[in-house]
Design a protein around this ligand. Structure first.
Ligand SMILES: Nc1ncnc2c1ncn2[C@@H]1O[C@H](COP(=O)(O)OP(=O)(O)OP(=O)(O)O)[C@@H](O)[C@H]1O
Ligand SMILES: [Mg+2]
Length: 329
């Protein structure tokens, strides 16, 4: 069996689901041109591309193995014959050129403390045996987003294929949590999938998303998640990617089923709150002194001022601001 047989089989599988080459391209991440030459038997397939095609086509295990076997045979070196034939065409990288997303929001100016948690997150970078997920949990306003974004900027260069970020608004008092399909569409768009190539169903979207991330090293930040069901479709499928989730929920389901590493975030220690105030300059230090004569709630770290106003009508406490305020009092 050679490239021809592989091409015929690929074409048969594609027609079985009724897709054009363009549709398969949009859903698999393999370019339409590559699919066309593969089906015509004019190019030897790369096994990574065959995996992406099989996943997009939703092949059952038997059919998938058949396609992979055909691909392996197609890439096997030809038996020596005389006179020697021209060497096989060099393998080309069928991976589409995907844009490198850089979606991280600005890091918190004057980020302070959280040394142990930063270290814990960094230690996960060297785990490449399994899909790596860090789940930062803690109560409202404790500093989960600030930690996740600050750390992500610190290690962004360890993820040369990009950084994806979504604010899932899981506990936003002004609106509904972002549906996973909406977040996934944003990620697919950032990964260069044209709108017409995005399938309708969430499961198919998630499969395409995972295909796009396969073989790539991307950091995925899922911020302010509501619960496990909101984030599960947004998890990459390979160990080269890492996911950082922040949530007020402890995401127990992910810890049990996906082996996520829980990173619990508590109120800042008094020393950290002192450092935070000191980092805000003499004005903050002055307020700290003045604050001794005032009720604590009147004195807050400047950085938390905007957040304080945003949360003014919020039912939850304002721990970072409050702790800094207490330190200042
Ligand atoms: N380590 C820190 N250093 C400096 N400022 C911080 C730090 N942690 C949090 N803040 C500030 O405190 C405020 C609240 O932090 P943040 O939004 O990260 O909390 P959160 O736990 O993500 O809240 P929520 O549960 O609402 O998502 C922000 O203004 C943030 O900039
Ligand atoms: Mg947050």
């Amino acid at each position: 069996m050679g490239s021809d047989a592989f091409g015929e089989l690929l074409r048969e599988c594609r027609l079985a689901v009724g897709w054009t080459q363009d549709e398969l391209a949009g859903r698999s991440g393999v370019s339409a041109h590559s699919i066309s030459v593969l089906e015509a038997g004019r190019r030897q397939p790369r096994l990574s591309s065959v995996g992406m095609l099989a996943e997009a086509l939703g092949l059952d295990p038997g059919r998938r193995e058949q396609l992979l076997a055909a691909a392996r045979n197609a890439v096997a070196p030809p038996a020596p014959i005389s006179p020697p034939e021209p060497p096989p065409a060099p393998q080309v990288d069928d991976r589409p050129s995907i844009p490198v997303p850089r979606q991280l929001p600005c890091a918190v100016a004057g980020f302070t403390g959280r040394t142990a948690q930063l270290k814990e997150l960094t230690s996960l970078l060297d785990r490449d045996d399994a899909v790596v997920i860090a789940a930062i949990n803690g109560s409202a306003g404790v500093g989960k987003t600030a930690l996740a974004v600050h750390w992500s900027h610190q290690v962004a260069d360890r993820f040369p294929d990009g950084q994806l970020y979504a604010n899932l608004r899981g506990f936003d008092p002004s609106g509904q949590p972002v549906p996973p399909a909406e977040a996934i569409r944003g990620f697919l768009d950032a990964l260069g999938v044209p709108a017409q190539g995005i399938p309708a169903g969430l499961a198919e979207q998630a499969a395409l998303y995972r295909s796009r991330l396969a073989d790539r090293r991307v950091l995925v930040v899922l911020d302010n998640a509501r619960d496990t069901s909101q984030v599960r479709p947004l998890l990459p499928g390979t160990a080269r990617c890492m996911t950082v989730i922040t949530s007020r929920d402890n995401l127990g389901g992910l810890i049990v089923s996906e082996g996520a590493q829980a990173i619990a975030l508590d109120l800042m220690t008094s020393a950290e709150a002192d450092d935070l105030l000191a980092s805000r300059g003499p004005g903050a230090a002055g307020r700290r002194t003045a604050g001794r004569q005032r009720p604590a709630r009147n004195v807050r770290a400047p950085a938390a001022g905007a957040e304080h106003r945003r949360r003014a009508s919020h039912p939850h406490p304002r721990p970072v601001a409050d702790r800094a305020g207490r330190a200042a009092a």
